[in-house]
Design a binder for this molecule. Structure first.
Ligand SMILES: N[C@@H](CCC(=O)N[C@@H](CS)C(=O)NCC(=O)O)C(=O)O
Length: 218
């Protein structure tokens, strides 16, 4: 197989980057990572030099560049078995949920940006709490439907897409059902997630605008 390099953003903040990084880890394919510091002078040119999307993550496969966290995950699922649920119906549902987690829940994402170092108890806006409650309902319903610790039973790409939301529930102290809370603990004690988090904790770069949302410490 061609050499794989995953181009990513800051580990503390880049939810989009964390997802395919975790999928790559679960795939057990060897890869190297190239971290590009976001929101500093010249960063956009570096992203545009990788792909027309002008965003990270980008998976470099030999000389080819593949942007977008879901496209990268799809590519990996073709290279390695069992990254999507085995049941064909569940596979479709898992993929649809990943798409939804990419595009929906905007109020949750906007008001509670991923910030792994962050812990705040400040009250969040109603629209954010409502969007989070909708996602909590989806998680709890899927967890109730399947045996196992994950959304579709065994670990799948859907769980990699859920992790940035899991960390937001914790960072911003947003209430959730017992089922979702247990699931969040499962995701956030995963060895691969903990490796990513450990790197995020020691990153020295800061995005002051993100750190100051709702005045919590970070
Ligand atoms: N749909 C894309 C979104 C990627 C994205 O927005 N990435 C952010 C990093 S967290 C980015 O590169 N932002 C830089 C910019 O938009 O200038 C994906 O799933 O990969």
């Amino acid at each position: 197989m061609s050499k794989l390099t995953l181009h990513i953003g800051n580990k503390n903040y880049s939810s989009w980057s964390m997802r395919p990084w975790l999928v790559l880890r679960k795939s057990q394919l060897p890869f190297t990572e190239n971290l590009i510091q976001l929101d500093v002078p010249g960063f956009k040119d570096k992203l545009l030099a990788l792909s027309d999307a002008g965003t990270v993550p980008v998976l470099q496969i030999g000389g080819d560049m593949l942007p977008d966290s879901l496209a990268i995950s799809d590519w990996l699922s073709q290279a390695v078995p069992n990254l999507w649920p085995k049941d064909p119906k569940d596979k479709q549902r898992a993929r649809a949920l990943c798409k939804q987690m990419q595009t929906d829940f905007g109020e949750f994402r906007e008001h509670a940006p991923m910030n792994l170092r962050r812990r705040t108890r400040t009250e969040m806006p109603k629209s954010c709490v409502e969007a989070a409650a909708k996602l909590d309902g989806i998680f709890a319903s899927l967890l109730g439907e399947h045996d196992g610790h994950f959304l579709f039973g065994d670990w799948s790409i859907a769980d990699a897409f859920a992790i940035p939301y899991a960390t937001r529930f914790v960072s911003y102290n947003i209430s959730r059902s017992n089922k979702t809370d247990t699931y969040i603990s499962e995701l956030m004690s995963d060895a691969d997630y903990l490796d990513w988090e450990a790197d995020a904790m020691v990153e020295v770069w800061k995005l002051p605008d993100t750190d100051l949302v709702y005045g919590g410490r970070s």
